[in-house]
Design a protein around this ligand. Structure first.
Ligand code: ARG
Ligand code: ZN
Length: 872
């Protein structure tokens, strides 16, 4: 059953007040809910009151204190329809549910002995009967009851207002949330947790108590999250003028979690992977993820909670905006140029392929079956790019005027992406009518650019088009900002007609030209196009190799330099693909020799920004390289890329060793941008030496592995030892498991390192990992560590010519679906490249996926599989 945006109808009734009483027991929970109901003035007086409720055992239904006659309601396991309710009334329902059997991790469930919830998008209906839709906002009062010894801590949204004891060693706490909210922001936690506490003074002088909860053993891993939270609170005041609005802000870390984290009002619930951080157990990437996710969930307090979504088609209203906000936060906390490249890299490596495949959908989809399947990179990351483009078009000041207007006008309301755009247009005076198309039109636009000299002017011609996507054959031109500079032969930016040396062209038509006077200069400049990746498009410009080297050497835009390097690498690998097997090595040496001067120059300048240098020196992933080919040639790409890496590794060997020495840090580990950058350059150098088969490396890595005082170095060394099958690899793996068997997040890495060893033989290793005593289908982090890693980061194993990878993966999806449909469906997305596979593999993967559908599967998994199979 397809749900359509066009069918949206306002709710029939309001729920001004919601009182929940949740009694937690070992093998069931009893939820008694009292709702004040009010028919909306404009609602059809004949319309029944409908409540969502999934797998609830209804024990009691009363209206205004009286049992409601059975003939006057129906419950079909998903929806409760109550007929004849008075316009205003109080509805009481009592249900029982089974959190201890809930492995889908939606609604109320258990994670390592504690109770917790995940309600977005539609989990609340698994807790009680409710109009479970984001445009019904209600004041919540929640009482939680549980055994006091095992669950001393009882948390919900808002402030605790009363507590007491009961018979049999039980206790209760009542929480009241003063801010009306939709049900998806409800949360409840019961457990025996340790807490890191701190305080934050808001700009207006209020004191907020900050509390981060985790299992007692993880108490020493909460400092970074606390630091990040305080930084995020200060940042939102400074950059957006937005303050926190409750007396308490709580974060709880849970081990079993489907996604990264959840912004429940005043009580965020986080995947442990996104909140715990300690130098010994967490990599640099992990530290940065914690900072960005803590920021993300905090920023939702305004962009999501105070102003929420009218319906789930508007999901990007809160997610796109909040990702944009968290990206800017991380950029301000670290290096902005590096952060931008990392974000663009993800967009192009994951979202562009989504756009090209069967799952392509607009940032505001028009229809869906399961909303869980639309928590995608398109909604999140492309959605963030749309907000970023508005920022680019308006400029920082007018953009801020737009967000001020948005938060003021819609505070306490559930609104749409159009409402957001209206504020941007109104505050800036710009006509953004055409810009709306970005929200409705799926697919990655192509922007073809040509430059030539005409009567002493340099003329740039832009032509845009968007390839068809499923259900959208015809596309319209989009409004897009193209940030641009022109470089003269001396490596300096040329003056532009507006007097600046960098400008933003606004494209609106299918084809447009712009003239730039050259003031007598004869030579065409080198264009630096789409600086900062000012629009999420595929730029087609026939750069010459010389121009790319020029940009890599002279461009002062971090993204643009990185893009030039990427283009050089893509071209080199593509040429190597057409070289016959025996000759690849020699050809790779020639390619490496051609690249070497530029790489040397990057290394020579690396001290200025080691992180940027590491990004410039790193080849695109195998997947990213394969995605640009007419057909997915995973083996060819692997061979070509490794040959090129080996040749670069050899030719620059002494420089790599030098980079390794220069970037070995003395002193204690610090997760600060400068140090993180130097570690990433160091590991980039080590990886080139590994590819080159450097004889001294195995011993060197073993020492690094054993002596590392931080997880970045330890894991980096382990990965290279294992992936290149170096002497000492097995011993290191064993030692790692002995050292960290008790640290789930570290063991996730141990599983991933093994699941990502290139080549078909890894499939039997993956089988063994799935049978390992530490593997657990109920823990999404562990499942992703093995199966997600295989499908997304190990193309030569996953796409093995035998089809073994596909069979293994399909089996796993089937098993997982019975445990956790949301995660199964999400992982099935890895098969969306099906139509791009060579014929033999396409048949094998298609067969494996069709086999899965021979028995009934969850609606989540079925939707994804059917969409993928429809494309083959
Ligand atoms: N709103 C959360 C976040 O982005 C994600 C919730 C995802 N829930 C889901 N069922 N997919 O921070
Ligand atoms: Zn979010």
């Amino acid at each position: 059953d397809l749900i359509r945006l066009a069918d949206y109808q306002a709710p029939v009734f309001h729920v001004p007040r919601t009182s929940l009483d949740v009694a937690l027991y070992d093998d069931y929970s009893r939820v008694t809910t009292t709702l004040e109901l009010e028919r909306r003035a404009d609602a059809d007086p004949a319309a029944d009151y409908v409540f969502d409720g999934v797998e609830l055992a209804l024990c009691r239904l009363e209206v205004d204190g009286q049992p409601w006659p059975k003939a006057q309601y129906d419950y079909d396991g998903e929806r409760l329809v109550i007929r004849g309710l008075p316009e205003r009334c109080t509805l009481l329902t009592e249900v029982t549910i089974k959190p201890h059997l809930n492995t889908a991790l939606e609604g109320l469930y258990m994670s390592r002995g504690m109770f917790c919830t995940q309600c977005e998008a539609e989990g609340f209906r698994r807790i009680t009967f409710y109009p479970d839709r984001p445009d019904v906002l209600s004041r919540f009062v929640t009482t939680i009851r549980a055994d006091k010894a095992r669950f001393p801590l009882l948390l919900s949204n808002g402030n605790p207002v009363a507590r007491g004891e009961e018979a049999d060693g039980r206790h209760w706490v009542t929480w009241e949330d003063p801010h009306p909210k939709p049900s998806y922001l409800f949360a409840l936690v019961a457990g025996d947790l340790a807490c890191l506490e701190d305080q934050y003074q808001t700009g207006s002088g209020r004191t907020v108590s900050l509390q981060i909860y985790a299992e007692p053993r993880d108490l020493d891993k909460l400092d970074h999250a606390m630091r990040s939270l305080k930084a995020a609170m200060a940042w939102d005041e400074r950059v957006y003028g937005l303050e926190y609005d409750l007396d308490i802000y709580m974060i709880v870390a849970v081990s079993h979690f489907n996604m990264g984290a959840m912004e429940n009002k005043g009580l965020n619930i986080f995947n442990t992977a996104c909140v715990l951080a300690h130098p010994a157990t967490t990599t640099d990437a992990g530290f940065q993820r914690v900072e960005s996710v803590v920021g993300h969930e905090y920023f939702h307090n305004w962009s999501g909670n105070r102003v929420t979504c009218r319906d789930w088609f508007q999901l990007s209203l809160k997610e796109g905006l909040t990702v944009f906000r968290d990206q800017c936060f991380s950029a301000d906390m670290n290096s902005a140029a590096v952060k931008r490249v990392e974000d663009v890299d993800v967009l192009r490596a994951v979202q562009f392929p989504e756009d090209q495949g069967p799952m392509a959908h607009p940032v505001r989809p028009a229809a869906y079956q399961k909303i869980d399947n639309f928590y995608t990179v398109t909604i999140y990351e492309k959605g963030a790019e749309l907000v970023r483009m508005q920022h680019e078009l308006l400029g920082a000041e007018r953009f801020r005027a737009g967000t001020d207007l948005y938060f003021r006008r819609f505070d306490g309301q559930a609104v749409t992406t159009d409402d957001f755009l209206d504020c941007m247009a109104e505050a800036s005076g710009l006509d953004l009518q055409q810009f709306r198309r970005w929200y409705d039109q799926a697919g990655t636009p192509h922007l073809a650019v040509q430059g030539h000299i005409e009567q002493g002017d340099y003329v740039l011609t832009f032509r845009q088009w968007t390839p068809p996507t499923p259900g959208q054959p015809d596309k319209q031109p989009l409004m897009m900002p193209v940030r641009l500079a022109l470089f003269g032969a001396d490596g300096q930016r040329l003056p532009l007609p507006d007097g600046s040396t960098e400008t933003v062209l606004v494209l609106t038509q299918e084809e447009q030209s712009f003239r730039f006077p050259l003031h007598g200069q004869k030579e065409a400049p080198v264009p630096s196009l789409l600086r900062g990746f000012s629009a999420p498009v595929e730029l087609d410009y026939a750069f010459t190799t010389e121009q790319l080297h020029f940009l890599l050497a002279h461009d002062d835009d971090g993204y643009s330099r990185w893009d030039a390097a990427q283009r050089l690498y893509h071209a080199a690998v593509t040429r190597l693909l057409s070289v016959p097997g025996e000759a690849v090595r020699a050809a790779a040496e020639d390619e490496a020799a051609a690249l070497a001067p530029a790489l040397r120059q990057v290394l020579a300048r690396a001290d200025d920004d080691a992180a940027a240098a590491a990004l410039l020196l790193t080849l695109p992933s195998e997947q990213a390289l394969a995605d640009r080919l007419p057909e997915l040639d995973v083996d060819g790409v692997h061979r070509a890329r490794e040959a090129l890496r080996a040749a670069i590794g050899e030719q620059l060997s002494s420089l790599w060793w030098q980079a390794e020495q220069n970037n070995t840090l003395a002193g204690p580990y610090r997760p600060v941008a400068a140090d993180i950058g130097r570690r990433s350059l160091r590991h980039c150098a080590l990886a080139y030496l590994a590819a080159a088969g450097d004889a001294r490396l195995a011993g060197h890595l073993t020492v690094l592995f054993q002596q590392a005082d931080n997880m970045t170095d330890q894991l980096g060394a382990l990965r290279l030892l294992v992936h290149y099958g170096l002497p000492g690899a097995d011993e290191a793996l064993d030692a790692f498991a002995r050292q960290w068997h008790d640290e789930a997040l570290v063991m996730d890495q141990w599983f991933t390192v093994q699941a990502t060893v290139p080549g078909e033989t890894t499939l039997s290793r993956v089988q063994a990992l799935l049978a390992h005593e530490g593997f657990d289908w109920r823990v999404p982090n562990r499942v992703r560590a093995v199966l997600g890693a295989l499908a997304n980061a190990n193309p030569t194993a996953f796409h093995a010519a035998s089809g073994e990878g596909y069979r293994l993966y399909a089996d796993a999806l089937g098993r997982l679906d019975a445990v956790n449909p949301q995660v199964a469906a999400r992982m099935a997305n890895a098969c969306a490249r099906l139509p791009r596979l060579p014929e033999g593999r396409r048949a094998l993967l298609g067969g494996a996926l069709r086999g899965l559908l021979k028995v009934p599967r969850s609606a989540n998994l079925t939707e994804v599989l059917e969409r993928i199979l429809a494309s083959s």
